[in-house]
Structures are given as structure tokens and as C-alpha cells.
Design a protein around this ligand. Structure first.
Ligand SMILES: Cc1cc2nc3c(=O)[nH]c(=O)nc-3n(C[C@H](O)[C@H](O)[C@H](O)COP(=O)(O)OP(=O)(O)OC[C@H]3O[C@@H](n4cnc5c(N)ncnc54)[C@H](O)[C@@H]3O)c2cc1C
Length: 377
């Protein structure tokens, strides 16, 4: 890969890689069976990487999108669901940094720098792709506070988060322009966490629905301006889609490494299966696509780090990486033959984990809508 990291970025990559390989990867299969591992997250917090995007003034490292992508890619290579917990929290962090008041930054960012997790609440049971059709209602009261009623579906980190960024309708007549974003603390009366989802993959990540039952929020829970929540969420998802690219790239690199090793060791017809062109060409394709994924990942991350809107680049990168990572995982399973179908050899988990990257933070159909919309504007 020809993208040139700085010395500092290489040091972050080494730190993230070493933690991921020593601490996260050995627990991946166990987390696939038993879910989120809070003790592992405590260890990760102690390393300090979760503070990466938080400005130094609030106790963070003050680094940016490229560094976050590096960490996400390295964590995902070890366990994608674990990587997802921190990346979705960073989507919320980015929204607070961009749109939070001084008081909100003081309240939330130091805790986030210490590793407190956030959850991002956009999707609802009846609308995901058409997020502007949401029904959760935040009704403004005479004293400026809000009373929120409604529900959210599929919210990552929702059972473990300290803070929630939720989007809710403040003006039902204005569709997307009537949606606002709110900062909600865990434990707020009226915030109910529904049962955990029993997922196909990304099983180490924690996912629940939320119910808001007359949840009362003070006026200063509003993030930024009223009516701007949909715009903030879409901006946040640009970063989220870059993170999805990093996750798929990490998964694909892991699948390729496992397939390479296996193809050199497994013999058939008197020679290693890597010597058969049908297998070697699969490996060649894996190398080509993972290299291209990395280039698109860091191109989009670099653009975002300049402050320019990068919706098209983020959508292209996510679409490309998630699609090809699925094919790479399928090819890796094929290279493993019958063993590829066994949980013991791990490649099947990589396929299950990556499938979410074609769905979450906007399906790949939605990515094509974003890309073609930008092209035809
Ligand atoms: C494990 C997991 C974690 C998640 N984490 C979060 C989270 O933290 N926060 C959050 O807010 N959401 C989260 N989501 C929700 C996720 O973002 C949505 O599932 C996704 O956006 C799709 O929405 P939907 O499920 O309602 O599908 P739908 O919108 O019902 O779509 C169903 C199908 O129709 C297609 N479709 C819909 N509209 C169009 C169109 N105009 N053109 C072409 N095809 C179309 C879709 O691409 C899809 O194939 C998560 C989901 C999962 C599974």
C-alpha cells in the first residue's frame, strides 16, 4: 500500500496492532459466542487509544480521521465487533466536537477521552434507509425542556453506553428539517433499553433497541441548532462510513492472511493447494482488492480531515470495501474447503461480521444513492 503515514501515525498503528493482536484477537471467538467483553474494554481504555479524536483541551490526543481509521482497521483485523464499539462512539464524539456548546464539550469530552462510550440513535423499527421518516417525537415544553416519546432500533453500544446522541422530530411538518439531535445520559428516567439483539455476526458488539417513555430532557440537551439534527447525523455518517471501510479492510486483510497460510500448508494431489492456479488467483484478487480498499480508505479519511464534506468518497470507499471484503471472505472459506465451514477455522466468522458492513450506516443501495446523487447534482 503506497499511502504514506507519518512517524506518529506509524507509532499509533504499532500500538493499536500490538494491543489488537495480543489482547483482542485471542478473545474474538469467545466474544462471538458470549458477546461484549467489558474486561477487555477496560484494558483497551488503559492503553488510551479511545482518546484519539478528543481535543487536547479536553484530555484527548487531538488527532484526527486518519489516526481513527488506523486504529479501527487494526482492531477490526482482530475483532470487527470490538472495533465497531469504538468507531460508532467516535461518530458521536465528532458530532459533539463540531456542534456542541462549550458547556456540552466540558461535560462530555473529558469522559469520552477516558473511554466512556457513546451510542448513535438514528434508526427506528419502521425506518432505517428513510431515516428522515422517523417518528420519535421530542415535544418542546413551555420551560424550554423536551419530552421524548418513541423508539429506536439496532443501536450499537446501547446497553453499555454512558452517553447517547439521539435524533428526534421537533417539527413534524418539516421532515428532515424538523429533526434535532439530543445528548442523553445513560440512566435518564424514561430511557429504556430493550432486549439484546441475537445477531448473525458482529456478536462481540452490543446491540439493543431503545424506547423513550416520556423521557424528559433539559433545554441544554439539544445539540447545536433545533432542526439541524438530520444534517449533523448525515455528516457524522460520513465519518462512520470511513470507519466501515476501515472495518471491512481489516476483516479482508485477516481473511487473506488466514487463506494464504492455509493454502501454503494444505496439500492436495501431492502439492500445496497454493500451487494450483485456481487458488493462487484467488489470493491475487485478495491482494489487489485489499490494497485498493486501503487506498480508498485513507484517501477518504484524508479528505475528511481537511474539513471538506466527503460524502461521495466515504460512500464509494464503504461500498467498495464492504462488497469486496464479503467476496474475499467467501473465497477464503472456499480455500479452506470443508474446514472453512467450521467455526474452528474462524473464516466463517469473518464473513458473518463483514456482512453488516453492507447494511449498517446506510445499506450499499443507499451508498449508490449517495454516490449517484453527488454525480448528478
Ligand atoms: C448490527 C447492527 C447495528 C446497527 N447499529 C446502528 C446504530 O448504532 N445506530 C443506528 O441508528 N442504526 C444502526 N443500525 C441500523 C442500520 O443502519 C439500518 O439497519 C440500515 O440503515 C438499514 O435500515 P433498515 O434495516 O430499516 O432497512 P430498510 O430501510 O427497511 O431497507 C430494506 C432494504 O430495502 C433497500 N432500500 C430501502 N430504500 C431503498 C431505496 N430508496 N432504493 C433502493 N433500495 C432501498 C435497503 O437497501 C435494504 O436492502 C444497525 C443495524 C445493525 C444490523
Amino acid at each position: 500500500m503506497s499511502y504514506k503515514f507519518t512517524e506518529e501515525q506509524l507509532a499509533i498503528r504499532d500500538l493499536a496492532r500490538s494491543f489488537a493482536q495480543k489482547e483482542v484477537e485471542p478473545l474474538s471467538r469467545d466474544m462471538d459466542e458470549h458477546g461484549w467483553n467489558a474486561a477487555l474494554y477496560e484494558k483497551y481504555k488503559a492503553v488510551g487509544l479511545q482518546a484519539t479524536p478528543v481535543p487536547e483541551a479536553y484530555g484527548g490526543a487531538g488527532l484526527g480521521d486518519i489516526e481513527c481509521a488506523i486504529i479501527t482497521q487494526e482492531l477490526a483485523r482482530a475483532d470487527a465487533g470490538f472495533a465497531m464499539a469504538s468507531e460508532i462512539s467516535w461518530v458521536c464524539t465528532d458530532m459533539i466536537i463540531r456542534h456542541g456548546s462549550d458547556a456540552q464539550k466540558q461535560k462530555y469530552l473529558p469522559g469520552i477521552a477516558e473511554g466512556k462510550l457513546c451510542a448513535f440513535g438514528l434508526t427506528e423499527p419502521d425506518c432505517g434507509s428513510d431515516a428522515a421518516g422517523m417518528r420519535t417525537r421530542a415535544k418542546k415544553q413551555a420551560d424550554g425542556s423536551y419530552v421524548v416519546n418513541g423508539s429506536k432500533a439496532w443501536i450499537t453500544n446501547s446497553g453499555i453506553a454512558d452517553y447517547y446522541v439521539i435524533m428526534a422530530v421537533t417539527d413534524p411538518d418539516k421532515r428532515a428539517k424538523g429533526i434535532s439531535a439530543f445528548l442523553v445520559d445513560a440512566g435518564t428516567p424514561g430511557l429504556l433499553i430493550n432486549k439484546e439483539e441475537d445477531k448473525m455476526g458482529m456478536r462481540s458488539s452490543d446491540t439493543h433497541g431503545l424506547t423513550f417513555d416520556d423521557m424528559k430532557l433539559p433545554p441544554d440537551a439539544l445539540l447545536g441548532e433545533e432542526g439541524m439534527g438530520f444534517v449533523y447525523a448525515m455528516e457524522g455518517l460520513d465519518g462512520g462510513r470511513i470507519s466501515c471501510t476501515a472495518i471491512s479492510t481489516g476483516i479482508a486483510q485477516h481473511a487473506m492472511a488466514l487463506a494464504m497460510k492455509y493454502a501454503k500448508e494444505r496439500a492436495a494431489f501431492g502439492k500445496p493447494i497454493a500451487k494450483f492456479q485456481a487458488i493462487a488467483f484467488k489470493l491475487a484478487n485478495m491482494a489487489m482488492y485489499t490494497d485498493a480498499m486501503e487506498l480508498m480508505l485513507y484517501d477518504a479519511a484524508e479528505l475528511k480531515s481537511t474539513g471538506v464534506r466527503c460524502s461521495r468518497q466515504a460512500a464509494e470507499a464503504k461500498l467498495f470495501a464492504s462488497t469486496h471484503a464479503t467476496q474475499i471472505c467467501l473465497d477464503a472459506i472456499q480455500i479452506f474447503g470443508g474446514n472453512g465451514y467450521s467455526k474452528e477455522y474462524h473464516v466463517e466468522q469473518l464473513l458473518r461480521d463483514n456482512k453488516l458492513m453492507e447494511i449498517g450506516e446506510g445499506t450499499n443501495e443507499v451508498q449508490r444513492i449517495v454516490i449517484s446523487g453527488a454525480l448528478l447534482k
